[in-house]
Design a protein around this ligand. Structure first.
Ligand code: ATP
Ligand code: MG
Length: 580
């Protein structure tokens, strides 16, 4: 258990807060639980009445009467139980809904470095499995413990009231039961945790490998990855079996002890009834009580685990909620007219402690100008883009758009100002239309189609089955890289930002798409401040200024012709590329 404590009341109290909006439903279930516990003794009482009073009296009307009442009480119990289960579960599901909403609303605002270090499968497990476990606290765990405790108290109390000596005798095996219960509870708790961990591991594994399936197959890793999977799968099975083993030992033990109680009852009861000290009805009633008494004790061990695991899950989910990776959006200057001048002033940044990517970095791009950045892989080009969008926080220095420091700018207006076509275009598994408009209802179909025509994407979209309604499937796998890039251009066109950034795809695309993309780039960068990160140097010769980046530093800067006369790094790159 994460906190090491047997039961964390603090977490439980915090969890309980979530039930506040549903107090009404919770109260109803609690009242029903109380009524149901009271009702438990009624039917055994009726049975004793039948045997001891109605049967010896021989009054068939009375026997029928008792039988009818027996049925009525049973029906009542069933109906109440039905309402209670329904109420408890609807409260639990409402709480689950609230929690999921809150967790998601929070996570969606986290800084990207959080996602860099958190496996997707783990977040999925938190959102789905862990919160389900929490729901059980409210649907079964808590209420069942209350119900079973009450039932037990009512039953034992009533037994004492009927015959305290007999009660003490039939309860002789109870201490053994309590001891066995404790052992069982510990074993189950351990296996519960193991199962949870194994489930999380498998989620992470499957998610990762499905996403990277092409790599698995390219490199003929099927056999090795399959072996890893088999191992994780086997561990999951073993964890489950350990849990089931505990149950399979514990339940027969309970049966044996309960049989022992019944034997004691019969031995003592029959002996006493021979002396006419005890009625047969009472013996029957007690034997019913014994069955009723053992069941809640057995279940309580189980339910306590549910409760405890729910609290452990809650602890994990709360931890996720408490991690403050969200983007604080408080102090703010609104951007009025944006000109689009960009300045990096003394910016230092590192993704990972002690591995600086940028140190005292300076760069100025004047409003309305087109800039290009070239540089070898890993030199920090994409990093500049992420920082300009405040996906990560810089360690020192400041980035300005016009004269406004980025850190003072509301993220919403910052990101409205900048349009980005990223290196890997991400598409949602949705229609082309929704991927282009991103559900912005202000964008009409006409505008969308006009933009697609401008960019040169309209034709290939129409050629797809369903056209703009074509579902691109997860991550846009049904489209080529060039097509995806073109869609990303349309997206930015529709957004109509002051600043555009294009991070060219490193992977090669066919000449036709390349021409389309080049034309779209020219269109998109016209009358805007633009940054093009280029891998194909032919695309950037018209740029107003070219920056050559190396290990996070600008080593050359100027126009194409200026840099060519320098005979430096840039010229080298150009000559290399043309030689190919
Ligand atoms: P490419 O031409 O291959 O796209 P790039 O110039 O865009 O390269 P960046 O992605 O900016 O390079 O990476 C710059 C450095 O930062 C690299 O050393 C890289 O290892 C590191 N880096 C990039 N992204 C992260 C990240 N999310 N977490 C940690 N380090 C990162
Ligand atoms: Mg990059």
């Amino acid at each position: 258990m994460a906190s090491g404590k047997a039961f964390d009341w603090k977490i439980f109290a915090r969890l309980y807060q979530y039930s506040k909006p549903y107090r009404g439903g919770f109260a109803v279930t609690l009242i029903l639980v109380l009524v149901l516990s009271g009702l438990t003794v009624v039917r055994p009482e009726q049975m004793r009445n039948m045997l001891d009073v109605a049967v010896p009296g021989g009054d068939s009307m009375q026997i029928l009467n008792v039988a009818i009442w027996f049925f009525v009480v049973l029906a009542l119990e069933i109906v109440l139980q039905y309402i209670q289960t329904l109420a408890a579960n609807s409260v639990a599901q409402s709480i689950t809904l609230d929690m999921r909403e809150r967790v998601y609303a929070q996570v969606i605002r986290y800084k990207l470095n959080y996602f860099d270090k958190t496996p997707v499968g783990q977040l999925v497990t938190r959102h789905i499995g862990d919160i389900d476990g929490i729901a059980e606290v409210f649907s079964v765990g808590l209420l069942d413990i209350i119900r079973d405790t009450l039932k037990l108290l009512v039953i034992v109390g009533f037994m004492f009231f009927l015959d305290w000596k007999l009660t003490l005798i039939v309860m002789l095996p109870i201490p053994i039961l309590l001891w066995a219960t404790r052992l069982f509870q510990q074993a189950v708790k351990k296996s519960f945790q193991d199962v949870r961990n194994e489930v999380a591991r498998m989620n992470v594994f499957v998610q990762e490998h499905v996403t990277g399936m092409n790599i698995v197959q390219f490199f003929n890793r099927q056999k090795i990855e399959n072996e890893k999977f088999v191992e994780i799968n086997a561990q999951q099975r073993d964890a489950h079996i350990r849990g089931i083993w505990a149950y399979s030992v514990f339940f027969p033990v309970v049966e044996i002890l309960s049989a022992l109680s019944v034997s004691l009852l019969l031995w003592w009861g029959v002996k006493s009834s021979l002396n006419l000290e005890m009625s047969p009805g009472l013996i029957l009633e007690f034997s019913t009580f014994i069955a009723m008494m053992y069941r809640p004790i057995r279940q309580m061990a189980d339910n306590f685990n549910v409760l405890q695991m729910g609290v452990v899950n809650a602890e994990r989910v709360f931890k996720l909620m408490d991690e403050d990776h969200s983007e604080e959006d408080t102090l703010h200057e609104e951007m009025q007219e944006v000109n689009g001048r960009i300045e990096f002033r003394n910016v230092s940044f590192q993704y990972v402690e002690n591995q600086p990517v940028l140190t005292n970095f300076n760069m100025i791009i004047e409003a309305g100008k087109s800039a290009a950045i070239v540089g070898s892989t890993g030199s920090g080009k994409s990093t500049l883009i992420s920082l300009l969008n405040r996906f990560y926080e810089i360690n020192s220095g400041e980035i300005y758009i016009d004269d406004v420091a980025l850190s003072k700018l509301p993220l919403v207006s910052l990101r409205k100002t900048i349009g980005v076509v990223l290196q890997d275009v991400f598409l949602f598994s949705d229609s082309i239309r929704n991927n282009l408009t991103l559900y912005n209802s202000e964008i009409s179909d006409e505008r969308m189609i006009a933009a697609a025509k401008m960019v040169g994407a309209h034709e290939f979209i129409l050629a797809l089955p369903g056209g703009y309604d074509f579902d691109v499937k997860e991550r846009g796998t049904l489209l080529s890289t060039g097509q995806r890039q073109l869609l990303a251009f349309v997206r930015v066109f529709l957004q109509d930002p002051k600043i555009v950034i294009l991070d060219e795809a490193t992977s090669s695309i066919d000449t036709e798409s390349e021409l389309l993309i080049q034309r779209a780039t020219e269109l998109l960068t016209k009358d805007r401040t633009s940054i093009v990160i280029a891998h194909r140097l032919s695309t950037i010769q018209q740029a107003d200024v070219i920056f050559v980046l190396e290990k996070g530093e600008i080593i050359e800067q100027g126009s194409h012709s200026e840099l060519m006369t320098l005979s430096g790094h840039y010229r080298n790159l150009v000559e290399l590329q043309y030689k190919k």
